[in-house]
Every structure is written in C-alpha cells, then in structure tokens.
Design a protein around this ligand. Structure first.
Ligand code: DAH
Length: 336
C-alpha cells in the first residue's frame, strides 16, 4: 500500500465506523481494522518489506490510521447508551417491586418508643432467658405464687426460665443504674398458654419504669398513661384506673382505655362498659427497691406493663393473634 492508499482506506474505515448501526457492527469493525488479524496490524507486519527510504512516512501514515480508528471506535462506544435509551419503549409496563412493610408488632413497639422518648424515656433491653430472682423474687413474687407454677412458666432449670413478663428488666435497670431512671422495655415473653385467637405461648410486652429521688405520684402515672393512650390510638381516648393486685406494685391498678369501637358509649366489644383493659400498673413496691439495693425512703416511682399484641389487635382491627405470627404476605402487605 502506498501512503495515498492508506489515506483512502482510513477515510473509508472512518465512514464505516460512523455508520455502524449497533454494538455488534462496531465490534465487527474493531476486529476488521485493529484486531489481531486486522488490516492495520497486517500493515505493521509488512513494514519490513517497504523500501527503507519510504518506511518513516509509511509508518506515520499507519499509526495515524490506527489512532483515528481507535478514536472513532471510542466515540461510538460513548454514544451507545444514548442509542440504547432511544430504543426503550416507555409505554411498556415497568418491573413491579413489592414495597416492604413494617410488621404491626414492630410498629407498635417503635411508636411506643417514640411517644415515650418525648417524655424522656429511653429503651432498655433484657434477655429472654431470665433468672428466678429477676423474674419473680426481686419482683416480690413469693415462691408459692400461682404465676411460678410449672403449668404457667417454661422453666429451664431450678433458677432459669423463659421470662413470663418484661418486668425483670425493671430489676436489671435499677441494678445497673442510679436514680432517676426512666425506661421502657419492649421484648418477647413466654407463658405455657394454649394457642387460640387471643393467646399465644410467645408474645410481647412493653414495660415502663420511672423512679426518682423526688416524689413520684399515682397522678404522674395517670397523666403519662393518658398521654400515651391519646398518642398510640390517635384519638381522644381517656384512661381509667381500677384497683388491682400485682406483687411488685403498691397500690396496683388495672388501666383501661376508652373503648376504640364505641368511643365510650358501650358496645359488645367493651361489654357495654365503654372501657377496655390495656395495662397493669402501680407504684413500685418498697420491697422491690430493697431487692435492688435502693432505699425506699429516698426513692419512689411507678411501673406499668402491657401487651404489644393487644395494642396491635385493637389499633389495626386484627381479630386473631395468630395472624401476627404466620408471615402471610396477604396480611403483612396491608401494613405497607
Ligand atoms: N408484668 C405484668 C403482667 O405480665 C404487667 C404489669 C403490671 C407490669 C403492673 C408492671 C406493673 O410493671 O406495675 O401481667
């Protein structure tokens, strides 16, 4: 080839590259011109047969050709995505991605943590496997108490059990801190219940504890729970206290919220009372303070505990507790 012929071949190759319709055509031209057996490497191999005096000009022409072809190929490659985008038919339906949803129990726990955070409460944690001391003894629950019965508690040994309530986190919190403490403790709890529409052997509770060196009263407890009732139900629900007994509080109360169905008027759900039972609560018993080494003359506080499932079932109108554990997407996707 003469240098003129090289110039002509170069012009032709650049035209072909510019006109290549798709990636496959561009690749074909790359192979044809600069591939291992392409025309340009062939010319380089043939350099030794060119008369010595012509070699420099010939060599420069070949290198210029190679540079031009490589630049043209690179430019074509850059333009390719735009060409591909132009080929997308935006009228076709897109890929459907199912949005994730938070489990209703997680929602209640998160909402509760957020509501109590505004009142200065932090979240405390404890293990599912507890000691007899933390779950019962320190909570002033005597050895003969019915809740310690083999029929109610999953015992793992004489001193180890699956916690029957989140109340032992009260004990852990007080033992690890100094007053004041303000915590809520969400977690799994276990009881030897037979599963039905309203019972499960494994469920969730949220415990609350506030202890301070300044006097804490039953009125403080009531105003806190009244605020919680309104915030968690998103309504103007009120609270009512009924006298009750728990070993770890004195006095103890059961806490009712205004019935979410009839708004207090009386209906079948609330058995015409206008109220539904939500939580247990009370003022921390002095004996509990003694068990954790705090002086009951110097501190006072309140505690409360409620079931997460119960709140979720009321809040979202879920009629069967088992739906919360079956991981059926037809149920769960409704919380997206
Ligand atoms: N632990 C109790 C239960 O499982 C609920 C409870 C009642 C918690 C009164 C408390 C409380 O902190 O003060 O039934």
């Amino acid at each position: 080839m003469t240098t003129e012929e090289i110039e002509a071949a170069k012009a032709e190759s650049l035209k072909e590259i510019a006109e290549a319709a798709d990636a496959a055509a561009v690749e074909g031209l790359r192979v044809k011109y600069v591939g291992r057996n392409g025309s340009i490497p062939a010319l380089v191999k043939g350099l030794k047969d060119v008369p010595r005096e012509d070699r420099p000009a010939f060599g420069r022409a070949v290198q210029a050709w190679r540079a031009a072809v490589e630049a043209a190929l690179a430019e074509k490659a850059q333009a390719a995505p735009a060409a591909r985008a132009a080929a997308i038919d935006s009228s076709l339906p897109g890929d459907w991605r199912r949005p994730g949803a938070m489990h209703p129990l997680s929602r209640v726990i998160e909402d509760t943590a957020r509501i109590f955070a505004r009142l200065g409460f932090t979240v405390a944690d404890g293990p599912d496997i507890e000691t007899r001391f933390n779950n019962f003894t320190a909570l002033n629950t005597p050895a003969h108490h019915p809740s310690m019965d083999r029929a109610d508690t999953f015992w793992l040994g004489p001193d180890a059990l699956l916690r029957t309530q989140t109340s032992p986190v009260q004990i852990r919190t007080m033992m690890a801190n100094k007053p004041p403490v303000r915590v809520i403790c969400p977690g799994r709890t276990y009881r030897r219940d037979t599963t039905d529409a309203t019972h499960s052997a494994n469920f969730h509770q949220i415990e609350g504890l506030y202890v301070d060196e300044k006097p804490v009263s039953l009125a403080d407890l009531k105003s806190t729970l009244a605020y919680f009732a309104r915030e968690i139900t998103g309504s103007d629900a009120g609270v009512r206290f009924r006298p009750h007994f728990f070993p770890f509080t004195e006095p103890s109360v059961e806490v009712d919220f205004t019935c979410h169905v009839c708004r207090g008027k009386g209906c079948a759900v609330c058995k015409q009372s206008g109220w539904i039972e939500i939580a247990g609560a009370g003022m921390v018993d002095p004996r509990v303070f003694k068990h954790v080494g705090w002086d009951p003359e110097k501190v006072s506080g309140y505690a409360f505990g409620f079931g997460v499932e119960r709140i979720a079932m009321i809040k979202y109108g879920i009629p069967d507790i088992r739906w919360l554990y079956e991981n059926d997407l037809r149920f769960l996707s409704q919380f997206a």
